[in-house]
Design a protein around this ligand. Sequence first.
Ligand code: NAG
Length: 231
Amino acid sequence: MKLNLMLLGAGLAAVGEAADKLKVMWLGDSITEITCWRPQVWTQLVAANLTGSIQMVGSMTDTPANCQKPAGFDSHHEGHSGYQAYDVAKQYIAGWVKNTKPDIVQFMLGTNDVNIGKRDQNAIVDAYTSILASLRAANPNVYVIIDKMIPTQWSDKTIEAVNTAIPGWAQQHSTTQSPITVADPSRAAGMTNDMLRSDKVHPNDKGDTFIAKAIGPTLVKVIQEKLKAVA
Ligand SMILES: *[C@@H]1O[C@H](CO)[C@@H](O)[C@H](O)[C@H]1NC(C)=O
């Protein structure tokens, strides 16, 4: 009996601790899953003294073996190689956020819609809107960061059209309760072909560093804003 009570007490303490931390989700495709920018952004979160206030959430925990991982790196994410925004919106996102209910979601999606699905700009932006609805259904107070897509080496026109549409989309859907912020690792922001691997789609080491510098400070800022909002 005493043991049961002790276990109950430990369980409650664990729940209390988890509930105090902001739940942050990185959502994307292989550009999120099989790359090294996540541990690099984590280093920025350490420098900003934010890692004690957050917990990464997501059903995935893999990170490439060659990435330099800072001590305490939280490897949880929702990056799925090959996935299209269209399918994430229709089949997956509601289930992924049902239990985790993230407070902050940072996502980059659409590259596979272009390269594999051959979808157009409107289909991709519609998928973003649908994903946003699922995030808000799970947590009406979710803060969202949408990352513009990194370029392919052949400078795909649809990718650039979606990137051009993203700020207007964010403004249209942003609310005080659930604000949307844009982070920009696009070609227009300075990502160049020598930052891509030989597959011409995924970032190499230089690309990972560029992405981390382009999107990490936005995550730092949004976490700080969300901490103020819940204080
Ligand atoms: C760092 O964050 C923790 C909360 O996780 C806080 O208690 C502490 O005061 C912060 N340290 C500094 C130097 O701001």
